[in-house]
Design a protein around this ligand. Structure first.
Ligand code: ADP
Ligand code: MG
Length: 455
């Protein structure tokens, strides 16, 4: 797996894990909150909110039972009153224990006191004098009962009030908890969506886009090769036809010049004709080389030898235009190449470099060992670089750099780079470049390397 892809996959896994962790956290906290709510519900028994009603009913019933006893004089009513009184007392004690707030507990204490007073006062009414009660006496008893129980009714009123408050607070709290649930669920939903979208984006960018780029790159290479093949056939035919008459013209001009007096033979027109014939010859030579590349004859050579030969050949002509040709071949790089063809590549590159510089500058020839991806495999390679201090290559030229016949020069053939690239490709290598406008260009001839000990 190539480096960027691996990083993308790692990034992708990290993102998914983070998202999953976050969702798990939200899940856990929601669960704890649900449990809390469940506990709250269990603690708040709804029957509590009927306690004051129960209390009122019970007091009324006690009063009624005691009154009936006075009215009818049956001892069962008195017994029932006593039983009910004990029952109510126990009920109050129990409720006091259950009370959840300080306020409630205080209220139950008051209630207990009021009930004690009630029992004490009504205790005095538990004996019945005579057999039949007059209406007046009954009214008096009724009035006493009402008075004694008034405090109790007040307490029950307060109880109702406090418990309603507690209930309202509880409802409010539950509402808040539910609201926060809603928020959490929304958040995890949004997170899930983000996670899903980023998974899609990452998969697309990390895996599909590079594959597409690779595909379109290889399609472009195929298209270029097809174009090269077609043009090659055509160029070969034309060049072949031109070469013979051209040789004849050159020869005739040469003998003509010899037979003419020096004044005429050194005439400017004659020189221009000679120059143009040379140019035509060069074009034809390039055409033919481009159209009919010969198979490389591979031998093991140290890169330094190739560089030294190119250096020796081009050093002085370049000096004339104030361009220094530097040689840096300290690294021991062994290549298995056709030396003639690779020298031709280097000459083309140095010529381009010099043409880009024009006047005054430097070109460096360098060889180094490295590793590079060639044909999809990472290999040990030897890289020969040609570094110039020229104008650099503008983007619009870069787009067509390797197109056959593309040139920005008046006298250019536009075949130098296509020929160079083709030769390097036939060696199983690649011609690469790096350029910076107004600073210079570096061309790299990347070739499979031979281990030094193998040679
Ligand atoms: P030619 O040299 O005949 O124009 P090439 O195929 O050698 O054809 O080069 C194509 C074009 O690429 C050149 O016309 C030039 O514009 C550009 N080019 C090549 N090498 C360089 C360089 N080292 N610096 C700047 N431009 C370059
Ligand atoms: Mg050129």
């Amino acid at each position: 797996m190539c480096e960027p892809l691996r990083w993308r996959v790692i990034l992708f896994v990290v993102a998914v894990s983070l998202g999953a962790l976050l969702i798990a956290w939200i899940d856990a906290s929601t669960w704890t909150r649900v449990r809390q709510l469940e506990r709250d519900f269990a603690a708040v028994k709804t029957e509590r909110f009927y306690q004051s009603i129960h209390l009122r009913v019970a007091i009324r019933q006690l009063n009624d039972t005691l009154f009936r006893f006075h009215l009818k004089g049956q001892p069962e009513d008195l017994q029932r009153y006593r039983a009910e009184a004990v029952e109510l007392q126990q009920w109050i004690e129990l409720r006091k224990v259950e009370a959840s707030t300080e306020e409630e507990r205080a209220l139950f204490s008051n209630l207990e006191d009021a009930y004690a007073t009630y029992l004490r006062e009504t205790g005095k009414l538990q004996t019945r004098h005579g057999t039949v009660f007059a209406r007046k006496q009954l009214d008096e008893i009724n009035e006493k009962l009402r008075q004694h129980s008034a405090a109790l009714f007040d307490s029950s009123e307060q109880l109702m009030h406090v418990q309603r408050q507690v209930f309202t607070a509880f409802l409010k709290e539950s509402q808040q908890t539910l609201d926060s649930f809603q928020q959490l669920i929304k958040a995890s939903l949004i997170l899930l969506i983000i996670l899903a979208v980023s998974v899609v984006v990452l998969v697309y960018r990390g895996m599909i886009t590079p594959l597409r780029a690779q595909l379109s790159e290889s399609q472009a290479v195929i298209a270029r090769q097809e174009k090269l093949a077609a043009l090659g056939g055509l160029a070969a035919g034309v060049a072949h036809e031109i070469r013979n008459p051209l040789t004849a013209i050159k020869f005739r001009l040469f003998s003509l010049k010899k037979s003419l007096p020096v004044a005429i033979s050194d005439n400017e027109d004659v020189n221009v004709i000679a120059g143009e014939i040379n140019r035509l010859e060069r074009i034809v030579k390039d055409f033919l080389q481009f159209a009919r590349p010969t198979d490389p004859e591979l031998v093991d050579v140290p890169a330094v030898r190739l560089l030294a030969e190119v250096h020796a050949l081009l050093k002085s002509p370049l000096e004339r235009v104030a361009i220094e040709l530097k040689l840096d071949a300290r690294a021991k790089v062994w290549l298995r190449v056709d030396p003639q063809q690779i020298k031709q590549v280097l000459i083309n590159l140095v010529q381009n470099a010099a043409e880009s510089i024009g006047h005054n500058g430097a070109i460096t020839l360098r060889a180094a060992n490295d590793h590079a991806t060639l044909g999809g495999n990472k290999l040990p390679v030897g890289i020969i670089t040609v570094i110039d201090t020229g104008k650099g290559i503008p983007p619009e030229v870069q787009k067509r750099l390797f197109d056959p016949f593309f040139t920005t020069k008046d006298a250019g053939t536009g075949l130098g780079l296509p020929i160079a690239a083709r030769i390097v490709e036939r060696h199983g290598g690649e011609l690469r470049y790096d350029t910076q406008l107004n600073h210079g260009t570096t061309f790299m001839v990347v070739l499979p390397r031979v281990a030094a000990n193998e040679s």
